[in-house]
Ligand binder design. Sequence first.
Ligand code: SOE
Length: 384
Amino acid sequence: MKAIRVGLIGHKFMGRAHTHAYTDLPLFFDPGVEVVKQVLCSNEPGVEAAARRWGWENWTLDWKKVVADPEVDLVDIAAPSAIHAEVAIAAARAGKHVFCEKPLALNLADAEKMVEEAKKAGVVTMIGFNYRRVPALALARQLIQEGEIGDIFHFRGCYQQGWLVDPGFPLAWRLRKAAAGYGSHGDLGAHVVDLARFLVGELQEVCCFQETFIRQRPKPEFEDGLVAKAGKEMGEVDVDDASAFLARFRGRKTMGYFEVTRYGNGHRNQNRIEINGSKGSLIFDMEKMNELEVYLGSDPANLQGFRRVQVGEGVHPYMANWFPAGHIIGYGDTFVNQAFDLITAIKEGKAASPDFLDGLKCQQVLEAADRSAHSRQWETVPAK
Ligand code: SOE
């Protein structure tokens, strides 16, 4: 295999992040195969200008042409959740490997179909839980797996953004159930649930409550990610603005606390994880992305306390491939790490991780929590 040719669907926030990944991958990693930006697709004007500026060889307004293109090996879906299932299933049936942004689908039924079709087609899949590729969180997992933290009592995940505090912020696609499936619960909650699975294990049951603080917002004239321009007409917000749930993990006594909000006033993208174990604790905060706070109970009595590990040394996950020690990396660079792992999996004919099954397991938790928010009861997460 000399080259892996990518068809990317989406040219806004995630389209930009994924283009950065494929463009800069060869600067830092050598997957042993060329990555070709074959075609950029979007259903909105501006895709041609973006393709020319970002170095895509072709562009189209029709995702079906990407899926049918014999030159495309990998279809990357970096568009709103509403089209994830239709595109991923068509791509798998066409024998393409498929990358899909999170959450996997609008709902559990679609997620199950995506897993089934990808399995039938025997293609490589990956879902965009890029925080697994933050070196500090990959280090946290290593420490946990090596037993440094001991038995885990608590997992605490709190993901705060603050972009909806302004009542004038428009009714962007992330605020509409038909386009996004969920509000903060799926958009941010998916990341926290995945990190709980990545760092600790599977969830067994959840108890959730949610809130929508502002129900009416101006419909957008323009939007790109978390930036939008309000129009004159008003529309209804039909998803959660914030969601919080308790969880029990399967087969262990670990207690889980999950909180996500778009009203964390003052926070821009604070994904914070804390884990307390019998031998120590770990704290990660995306606002200090290149650091991991580590407490080890085995430290001498006069040196007890959290140490702030600068996760930028060659010994740390991915960092041997980046700049010299201490020259930190950023949010977008986690997509480069992610793309390297995906391209390597495809080249070697191996499963990528996290794959669509991980996306489905995450969606099972999200749906159980959504059910709980309506039933006001504890709800069980399917074991299979
Ligand atoms: C918006 O909340 C968003 O772009 C999420 O959709 C991403 O998954 C997250 O990484 C950053 O914030």
